[in-house]
Design a protein around this ligand. Structure first.
Ligand SMILES: [Mg+2]
Length: 190
């Protein structure tokens, strides 16, 4: 089977990592519970920033956000390694900007994810992911973003939302812990 994965906030805990970084950089102490209650992907509001200021802060912090000790979710790499050992194909589809594609791929390899270079896609808009997912004829796809998940509704593949505070309103099947994946696959097969 072909399995596709988004990276940020699906396999790795990027927003929370950025949240802690913002607290440090801005010398603030915004409570983590506010982060966990956010109903949107962007975190700048928690720090009293406008969308424009938030966009700038994000861009200026990208190097640290992407490459300095961002933790993966528990069992993420192991679960994907196990899938690959069982003979499945693993694809990554990330909307990270083009100039970060190669380094992100190397980062994923260094952090234990099974990566085949011709199965790693980056640099598209969220809305363009659907074309890649269609062309690849994936059997399963996992993402966190409502805007992406909503475009995939009518495709003939199994889409799962990685459970997040900002996608709770979607009725897409969801995965909370990566250790649940094999149980979900068994349920699907029954
Ligand atoms: Mg994501």
């Amino acid at each position: 089977m072909k399995f596709g994965f988004d990276i940020d906030d699906t396999l790795i805990n990027l927003r929370e990592h950025a949240f802690h970084l913002y607290n440090r950089k801005l010398n603030r102490n915004v409570d983590i519970s506010l982060f966990h209650d956010l109903d949107k992907v962007e975190i700048h509001e928690l720090f009293g920033m406008t969308a424009e200021e938030g966009g700038k802060m994000w861009k200026n912090s990208l190097e640290e956000i992407y490459y300095i000790s961002c933790p993966q979710y528990p069992d993420a790499a192991e679960t994907l390694q196990k899938l690959e050992k069982e003979g499945h194909e693993i694809y990554y589809i990330t909307a990270r900007p083009k100039e970060h594609g190669e380094r992100t791929m190397e980062w994923m390899i260094q952090n234990g994810f099974p990566v085949q270079k011709d199965r790693f896609f980056y640099g598209m808009n969220d809305e363009e992911k659907i074309h890649i997912i269609k062309d690849l004829q994936l059997d399963y796809y996992f993402d966190d973003k409502p805007a992406v998940l909503e475009t995939l509704r009518d495709l003939p593949l199994n889409v799962f939302a990685k459970n997040q505070s900002y996608n709770r309103h979607l009725d897409t099947p969801r995965i909370t812990e990566w250790s649940e994946l094999f149980d979900l696959l068994i349920e699907k097969a029954e």
